[in-house]
Ligand binder design. Structure first.
Ligand code: E4P
Length: 214
């Protein structure tokens, strides 16, 4: 399973990248707005750090405008994936962009039917937002399970990016289902490393090593 970072913060991206486990980045307008930098400069820098795909979202809402915006975003770097919100206009835009060879990630997906359409039109990625479903008392991870079954039934090539991840259990359950990618905040990525027994065990080994005659 691939690990993406869900951020536009350069320090976090550099740090996770230095750990050797970063496969890509997803941004959104909210992440970008937090950085206080010019959009293009920031995206260029992210794309230069990360080898893998970097999702960058359009903010237009009409298909024609989305297509125009997506073409401009795609020119920024070779590893750009254009994020398109799941709407009728978005679906129309993805069909055109797909024909042009521009990679797309259909975002803000909350239902199996939306994901089915994303797969059917050949989006490169689909992003179900599990944590936001949990927030309204719906089991977000169940949506991922259904998408996985539907995509296997029809051999859709669209990769599932589990998004709006809130905890390590979301990551583990996604891996058990066989989701292709999880995109997560830096804090969640760090949590995947942590275990108190590892810390206690290491401390004990280092203490005992001091007793070894050298
Ligand atoms: C996905 O690509 C989105 O950027 C992201 O996961 C949004 O989730 P959140 O704002 O609910 O954390």
């Amino acid at each position: 399973m691939k690990f993406f970072l869900d951020t536009a913060n350069i320090n976090e991206i550099r740090e996770a990248n230095s750990w050797g486990i970063l496969d890509g980045v997803t941004t959104n307008p909210t992440h970008i707005s937090k950085e206080g930098r010019k959009f293009r400069d920031l995206v260029e820098e992210i794309c230069s750090i990360v080898q893998g795909p970097v999702s960058v979202e359009v903010v237009s809402t009409e298909s024609e405008a989305m297509i125009k915006e997506a073409r401009e975003i795609a020119k920024i770097a070779n590893n750009i994936v254009v994020k398109i919100p799941f709407t009728v206009e978005g679906v129309k835009a993805v069909k055109v962009l797909h024909r042009e060879g521009i990679k797309t990630n259909i975002t803000l997906v909350f239902s199996p039917s939306q994901a089915l359409i994303a797969g059917k039109i050949g989006a490169n990625y689909v992003s179900p937002f599990v944590g936001r479903l949990d927030n309204i008392s719906e089991e977000g991870i169940e949506l991922v399970r259904k998408i996985k079954v539907m995509y296997s039934n029809y051999n859709f090539k669209t990769e599932i990016i589990v998004a709006a991840v809130r905890n390590p259990l979301h990551v583990i359950n996604s891996a058990l289902i066989g989701a292709d990618i999880v995109t997560m905040r830096f804090e969640i990525l760090k949590m995947l490393f942590e275990h108190p027994l590892t810390d206690i065990g290491l401390q004990q080994f280092l203490e005992d090593w001091k007793k070894v005659p050298k």
